[in-house]
Design a protein around this ligand. Structure first.
Ligand SMILES: Nc1ncnc2c1ncn2[C@@H]1O[C@H](COP(=O)(O)OP(=O)(O)OP(=O)(O)O)[C@@H](O)[C@H]1O
Ligand SMILES: [Mg+2]
Length: 459
């Protein structure tokens, strides 16, 4: 059965016509000729979709709709109306109707409306299922996974909750290092305290030092007021030092001292201020490597690296790609107003085949870009960023094609590649190809390629 439908209408021919069409397409149909009877039926069992006449003797449709909202809030209600006026339609939607169907309508119109209502209900159920699943075992503060290696990470996070050791999180870009750091903080006894991230690679050392330690007024030129440093501000909480391998050697020594003495001195002050914060670090590269090369202090390394958490790249967690793609799509759907039902099989395959060098962040961006390009009910392979459609890059030349066709194919692939590389910037792509911009435009037109489609892609 495709789903259950209740039709409430006082006109017998109408009921029969609906019954015939919908039953023919495999729906489980119940019909009622009066509103009161319809409400009784809805009390007996749940329906996926309820079609309800707006004008009936005894009880008008809007009143019946209000009752139905109480009785079966999950069912999608569609109002049938002979004289659709904007105001009745608006009233009905305000009262919770999903849609309305003006009489007379064709079997096709009926089917399309019912299918849309069904799809919306299924999507809502799916989202709820996902939320419940996320709420249980597979989620610790936003980490969604089905892969054994990440489930082991979640277990580790739970086990570390009481002891709060210093942790180094390693993993490629976009694997979820910050997410894991937050989860470590959230599950710890410091959860009520602040979680303060700082990117050690983003600032030159001097600035970073004043950010971390703070300064007194007049400590250096430009220090016009006193400033509390991050370590002080993180009292009772967690400091997340992102890209710690970028920390200069002088600053490493100062950090080590602060950790050992559990106190800091603001720049320009001799006074030691007691601090109590936990340190969690993230690294993009292997810290041991940096240590061997003398770029990272050994004593600080051991101090920070009490526990190492290694996040596997997304390409090594196959099961997570469809799960996360569904999650990101469900989030976009929830934000509304547009709803995309899912991924076409070919799109799913492309997601699964791609190696995801930018890991989860890249996947999230790819789903978002496909969502905004998608014009149908599901995301098709053509909605996905171009690099996902042909991950090996090899243009498939068909030996049975004529030279003309093969050249065409090459030309098409070549300009697409250029657009990918230059993010849809036609001028730069044309310069790289060493042809005139207008020539490039002509080639795009010939192959019906839209440069705009390449602008949404971000790594
Ligand atoms: N397992 C996951 N479940 C849900 N969302 C995830 C998961 N892993 C990563 N994300 C999301 O992917 C994005 C990237 O994650 P995050 O910022 O933690 O990565 P990162 O390793 O710190 O990246 P970078 O090295 O580039 O700083 C974030 O939006 C994050 O919420
Ligand atoms: Mg990060």
């Amino acid at each position: 059965m495709k789903g259950s439908i209740l039709v409430i209408d006082d006109e017998q021919p109408m009921l029969e016509a609906c019954n015939e069409t919908l039953a023919h397409y495999g729906y489980d149909v119940s019909i009622c000729a009066a509103a009161a009877e319809g409400l009784d039926r809805a009390r007996d069992r749940a329906f996926d979709v309820i079609l309800l006449d707006l004008k009936m003797p005894g009880m008008d449709g809007l009143t019946a709709l209000n009752h139905l909202q109480q009785i079966d809030p999950e069912a999608r209600k569609v109002m049938i109306t002979a004289h659709p006026t904007i105001s009745t339609a608006v009233d009905a939607v305000r009262a919770g109707a999903f849609d309305y169907l003006p009489k007379p309508f064709s079997p096709d119109q009926l089917l399309i409306t019912v299918e849309r209502a069904m799809a919306q209900k299924r999507l809502e159920e799916e989202n709820q299922r996902l939320r419940q699943a996320l709420g249980s075992d597979i989620e610790v503060d936003g980490i969604v996974t089905q892969s054994t290696s990440m489930l082991a990470v979640i277990n580790l996070i739970k086990r570390l909750a009481d002891s709060e050791p210093s942790v180094v999180i390693e993993g490629e870009t976009g694997t979820g290092k910050e997410l894991v750091a937050r989860a470590l903080h959230q599950t710890s006894m410091r959860a009520e305290g602040p979680f303060l991230p700082i990117d050690c690679g983003a600032l030159p050392d001097q600035l970073l030092e004043s950010e971390l330690f703070g300064y007194e007024r007049g400590a250096f030129t430009g220090a016009q007021t006193r400033r509390v440093g991050l370590f002080e501000a993180a009292h009772g909480g967690t400091v997340f030092l992102d890209e710690i391998s970028n920390l200069g050697i002088d600053l490493q020594a100062k950090l080590l001292r602060a950790l050992q003495e559990r106190s800091v001195r603001r720049l320009g002050s001799q006074q030691a201020i007691d601090v109590d914060f936990r340190v969690i670090c993230a690294v993009n590269e292997n810290l041991e490597e940096a240590m061997k090369e003398g770029r990272f202090r050994q004593d600080l390394f051991f101090r920070l690296n009490v526990v190492t958490i290694s996040l596997p790249p997304l390409r090594e967690r196959d099961a997570d790609v469809p799960l996360l793609a569904d999650l990101f799509l469900a989030r976009l759907n929830e934000a509304g107003p547009r709803v995309v039902k899912g991924f076409a099989d070919s799109a799913r395959q492309a997601l699964g085949a791609y190696p995801w060098p930018g890991n989860v962040r890249e996947l999230s961006n790819a789903v978002e870009s496909a969502f905004s390009l998608c014009r149908g009910e599901v995301i098709e392979i053509d909605d996905l960023p171009p690099r996902l459609r042909d991950p090996n890059g090899a243009s498939k030349i068909d030996p049975a094609a004529s030279l003309e066709q093969a050249r065409d194919q090459f030309e098409r692939d070549y300009v697409k590649r250029l657009l990918e590389r230059y993010a849809g910037n036609v001028t730069r792509a044309a310069t790289a190809a060493d042809i005139h911009r207008s020539t490039f435009q002509r080639i795009l037109q010939k192959h019906a390629i839209l440069a705009e489609e390449f602008r949404q892609v971000s790594q």
